[in-house]
Write a protein that binds this ligand. Structure first.
Ligand SMILES: Cc1ncc(COP(=O)(O)O)c(C=O)c1O
Length: 462
């Protein structure tokens, strides 16, 4: 029986790509090898990753936003060990779970206008629950979502996905889901006017592209929802829990949604969890009789490890003042990038709040760079950003990626514990990589060569 998982990891980690090629998603292995990200990480501590040689990398993906506290935070580890050691009854099912009650009580302190919590196992599951609850509470079929939205990839959540590449091959999706442009209140009003819309679901800051709302958009949307009897649902799965400098991103705009969805960071990166925080009236409609007490739920939801991870995460966020740190570090980065823009014509915009930042690139004016831009973009839309991300990884040991398929925006979503020194590391690395990308055709040739080299190396190894 395997008892030492560190030993198992050490023994087998060099086979990871072969194992995945044989038994899991081989395309993912091909992608990693093609862009040279196949270094084989062996350790993760805080905001850093370490490869086999012990080289330290700064992680700006944070597992797509789950490691707000950084990897393997001691408080999280201790919380989980203590649950295992306590031999709690866990998931009795014909009982209710104490730790779930405590976590719900603590979450509701952050959303005093709401009174009930429903726990799920992931972001998409929280979205599915919100869709069902909204239909049940309003008796209406429709859900309105925004273009470029991302709410997850299960069937309900995918029906609210603004990106064609995710939908292709999986259709037909759920009926009565209507998309409107983000930041367009007139279009939202037209969609809501049918009075067939149960919910409008929106990310306060869109993760795909890091798109910020206009200053009056979210409050205006909430007002329109109230007027037309539609529930206003804020998907804070990525933006919540301190990421943008406030506990919830909607606090920047003073909005009080009917439902708030959270997940990612609440897990501490360790135990998947999701939550729908909503009004009592919604629960009264959904769970309206004793025979409907289990009308929606999931076997593992509310399990003790997930609840302990959530409780410990909230304590660390408050104790280490991580939302405040996100605001300070984010300002430092945005200031640094904005200053850089005057030197590099391919930089188009820097936007974000706290530690959810997008650095957007765009077609240049000068002839010298136009040719290179078009050469890479003709090969594959959005490829230009790899001229920056690949050297960032290879030469500057910074792990990051673009903010979506075909995107010209590189996204920064680091742990909220990053330091001023880390910010300087990021700015130095980006400056060098962006300066290189401005060298003209040489940079493009070198990107092409890197991709071909990696592809050949991958083919030889397989
Ligand atoms: C805003 C938002 N909603 C929902 C999801 C789906 O979460 P999960 O991947 O846990 O299903 C994501 C994941 O990236 C997200 O960013």
């Amino acid at each position: 029986m395997t008892q030492d998982f560190a030993a198992l990891f050490d023994e087998r980690e060099r086979e990871r790509f072969a194992l995945h090629e044989s038994h899991l998603n081989a395309q993912m292995v091909r992608v990693l090898k093609a862009i040279g990200y196949d270094v084989g990480f062996t350790r993760g501590v805080g905001q850093y990753l370490y490869d086999r040689a012990g080289t330290r990398y700064l992680d700006l993906l944070s597992g797509f936003g789950v490691f707000a506290l950084g990897r393997n935070h001691p408080a999280l580890r201790q919380a989980l060990i203590s649950v295992l050691e306590a031999e709690l009854p866990n998931l009795v099912q014909m009982d209710v779970l104490t730790l779930a009650g405590v976590l719900a009580e603590r979450l509701l302190k952050h959303t005093p206008w709401l009174d009930r919590v429903f726990f799920a196992n992931s972001g998409a599951e929280a979205v599915e629950a919100a869709m069902k609850f909204a239909r049940s509470a309003t008796g209406r079929p429709g859900i309105v979502y925004c273009e470029h939205a991302f709410h997850g990839l299960s069937y309900g959540a995918l029906s609210l996905n603004g990106d064609e590449i995710f939908r292709q091959g999986f259709e037909p999706l759920l009926p009565d889901c209507v998309s409107v442009p983000f930041n367009d209140l007139a279009a939202l009003e037209r969609a809501l006017a049918s009075r067939k819309i149960a919910a409008f679901i929106v990310e306060p800051i869109q993760g795909k592209g890091v798109n910020l709302p206009d200053s009056d958009y979210l409050a205006g949307a909430a007002e329109l929802c109230r007027k037309h009897g539609t529930l206003f649902v804020a998907d804070e799965i990525q933006s919540g829990l301190g990421r943008t400098g406030k506990f919830l991103a909607i606090e920047h705009w003073g909005v009080e949604p009917d439902m708030v969805l959270i997940s990612k960071s609440l897990s501490g990166g360790h135990v998947p969890v999701g939550a729908v925080i909503t009004r009592g009236q919604v629960f009264e409609k959904v769970f309206n009789r004793m025979d409907r007490a289990v009308v929606h739920g999931s076997t593992f939801a509310k399990n003790d490890l997930a609840m302990a991870a959530g409780i410990a995460t909230l304590e660390v966020l408050a104790g280490e003042r991580l939302a405040e740190n996100a605001a300070l570090a984010g300002d430092r980065l945005v200031r640094g990038f904005t200053e850089m823009m005057s030197r590099y014509e391919l930089m188009r915009e820097v936007r974000g709040k706290g530690l959810m930042i997008g650095v957007e690139f765009g077609a240049p004016k000068s002839l010298k760079l136009k040719a290179s831009w078009h050469a890479v973009e003709t090969a594959s839309k959005g490829l230009f950003c790899q001229l920056v991300t690949i050297p960032l990884f290879k030469d500057h040991k910074i792990l990051c990626q673009v903010a979506g398929h075909g995107s010209h925006t590189i996204k920064l979503l680091p742990a909220l514990v990053i330091t001023p020194e880390d910010c300087d590391w990021i700015l130095r690395g980006f400056e060098a990589a962006i300066a290189d990308a401005h060298r003209g055709p040489g940079a493009v040739i070198s990107l092409g060569k890197t991709l071909v080299d990696h592809a050949l190396r991958a083919r030889r190894a397989s």
